[in-house]
Design a binder for this molecule. Structure first.
Ligand SMILES: CC(C)(COP(=O)(O)OP(=O)(O)OC[C@H]1O[C@@H](n2cnc3c(N)ncnc32)[C@H](O)[C@@H]1OP(=O)(O)O)[C@@H](O)C(=O)NCCC(=O)NCCS
Length: 194
């Protein structure tokens, strides 16, 4: 069953995000960081957030925005005190992450493709991948974007994430350009919603 994410889902959503995406900068910042981030998504009027639940357990999540320009920056400043408290100790042990923090805040300009919606996060529990849950969540979000009159949606994907690249190809997305972010090649996919 797909439903809107509520504040009471945030802990489960952050835990699922944390255990399911290895190797991404946001995941490296830790589960407490992800809790604040997902709380920001749920509270924002500019975001659309859904979970896929089975027997009351969150098995998948999806978050998007129909106001992609500088969206993460807005969430960051909304939760500035809590993000700072989590990030500062990490910066003291690994100052290099400061550069990645700036890349995260400003990536939307670098990856701009005249989109008016963006898929920010999609995660399905490892135990139930390949069962169609990701497709259902994505279709649900795309329908929501269409209802909000969005015409073009963007998602950025690490080139090395083979499964996700196949998934977006199957769901009708095409690579529009590639950029370098976090020292990796990142593909910028788009799909028309009309
Ligand atoms: C990407 C992701 C959300 C897809 O969710 P899912 O529920 O497994 O997707 P679906 O079951 O709807 O599968 C849709 C398509 O993905 C591809 N796919 C599914 N299982 C796959 C596998 N084991 N290997 C490669 N491709 C696979 C296929 O193209 C599949 O279509 P098909 O069933 O017609 O063959 C999920 O793999 C995931 O959570 N990955 C980790 C997080 C992540 O990388 N998110 C995207 C970051 S941009």
């Amino acid at each position: 069953m797909i439903r809107e994410t509520s504040i009471s889902d945030v802990d489960a959503v952050a835990e699922l995000h944390h255990k399911s995406i290895d190797n991404s900068f946001l995941t490296l910042l830790g589960v407490d960081f992800l809790k604040v981030l997902h709380e920001g998504f749920v509270e924002s009027d500019l975001a659309q957030t859904f979970v896929y639940c089975e027997d009351g357990i969150v098995r998948g999540l999806i978050c998007g925005t129909n106001h992609p320009k500088g969206f993460l920056k807005k969430i960051f400043f909304l939760k500035l005190a809590r993000f700072t408290k989590i990030i500062i100790p990490k910066l003291l042990t690994n100052p290099k992450i400061l550069f990645s923090c700036f890349e995260t805040l400003f990536y939307s300009k670098k990856t701009q493709i005249r989109e008016d919606a963006e898929l920010l996060v999609i995660v399905v529990d490892k135990d139930v991948r390949g069962e169609g849950i990701g497709s259902k969540l994505l279709t649900h979000l795309l329908d929501e974007f269409s209802r909000k009159n969005a015409r073009k949606v963007k998602v950025i994907v690490d080139e090395s994430n083979t499964y996700a690249n196949q998934f977006y190809g199957k769901m009708g997305f095409n690579i529009e350009k590639s950029v370098k972010l976090y020292g990796k090649k990142i593909d910028v996919y788009s799909r028309s919603l009309t």
